[in-house]
Design a protein around this ligand. Structure first.
Ligand SMILES: [Zn+2]
Length: 344
């Protein structure tokens, strides 16, 4: 259950999003057992297919480790560093029998950095940008009292520039218990957040992109996509798409699972309509304007829809209105006017 934490001027504002993968896996397996038919032969065939699929997916995810001469293992192999990452072994992990020797930590860190550098390069190619800061990864035996929570934290602060307040990212860190780190899809999901958090996106879009990456790009995870956005729509008490309320942790796990699936389905649908490079265009447009840094909080869906429409070349307000998002059509001057108002 990765939790994505945003630290704001040392005040911790936390949003915990139990992860689909962890929750859906048992449901998926039970589903297979219930509906796989009666004959032993059929079951064996399905097991074989599942094994082949698993092997194929894992092979796909095992990118060639990057050859990076700048890997540095710190004293006592407590930490290690590469071009885009640092790795730290948490105290509880250093007491584990698999990590209590310098040589064990050294080998693990080198392999982890090589793999993650490779993944970083792939992500950079997919998104067309990279975060400015190094990503500080801490590996734990147990994290937040469990072995199934991983977190990506983007730290930022505010500074004044003329009569505008600018948000500036000051650091990115990730925390994984070893069992979560060892799931390739979790690394892809979390690294997606490390890349896209710099745009302060609405939560639903941030999670939708992360699930898209882990399922469609990394070919892992489960297929949680809905076949129809209309029939699966959930509204809050105000009649608004419930995704708009997805800002902080909490809610039933059933609702959370729906949120991941619905967000992913929207993100995937737009990519299908406007092409594989669609989100590269969206992020490029945001990056060119640098307006996301001037917003007092996270991006609103209307603000996002402005960029989604620009990249698509089509007004997407009707699309989002159809699925009960509370959005209005904005122009760039509306956005600038709103930023000025907020800074008054
Ligand atoms: Zn996430």
């Amino acid at each position: 259950m990765p939790i994505h934490t945003y630290i704001l001027n040392n005040r911790v504002k936390m949003s915990a999003f139990p992860r689909l993968l962890t929750h859906l896996l048992p449901i998926f397996i039970i589903g297979c057992l219930c509906f796989s038919g009666c004959t032993a032969m059929k079951e064996a065939q399905q097991r074989r297919e599942a094994r082949i699929k698993k092997q194929r997916d894992e092979q796909y995810l095992l990118l060639t480790p990057a050859k990076d001469d700048s890997f540095q293992i710190g004293e006592g192999a407590q930490t290690a560093e590469s071009t885009h990452y640092t790795i730290t072994f948490a105290e509880d992990l250093k007491e584990d029998e698999n990590f209590d020797e310098i040589s064990e930590r050294s080998v693990y860190a080198e392999s982890a950095l090589a793999y993650m550098e490779s993944l970083y390069n792939e992500m950079n190619a997919v998104f067309g940008f990279q975060p400015e800061h190094k990503i500080h990864v801490t590996l734990h035996k147990i994290y937040r009292g469990t072995t199934n929570v991983a977190t990506t934290t983007t730290q930022y602060n505010y500074r004044s520039q003329g009569n505008t307040t600018l948000k500036t990212v000051t650091g990115i860190k990730m925390d994984f218990p070893i069992p979560m780190y060892e799931k390739p899809t979790t690394r892809v999901h979390e690294l997606t957040h490390a890349f896209t958090n710099i745009y302060f996106l609405p939560t639903w879009f941030n999670e939708g992109i992360a699930v898209l990456m882990e399922t469609e790009w990394a070919k892992g995870g489960l297929p949680p996509k809905f076949d129809n956005l209309e029939t699966h729509l959930k509204r809050n008490m105000d009649g608004i798409n419930d995704l708009e309320d997805w800002a902080s942790h909490g809610g039933s796990s059933r609702l959370t699972q729906w949120r991941y699936s619905y967000a992913y389905t929207i993100v995937s649908e737009l990519r299908k309509r406007y092409g594989p490079d669609y989100y590269i265009k969206v992020f490029r447009l945001m990056d060119a304007d640098q307006l996301h840094n001037k917003l007092p909080s996270k991006m609103s869906t209307s603000f996002l829809v402005y960029y989604l429409s620009q990249a698509a070349g089509v007004d997407l307000v009707p699309f989002f209105t159809k699925y009960a998002f509370k959005v209005q059509k904005l122009t760039k001057s509306d956005i600038l006017m709103n930023i000025n108002q907020m800074n008054r």
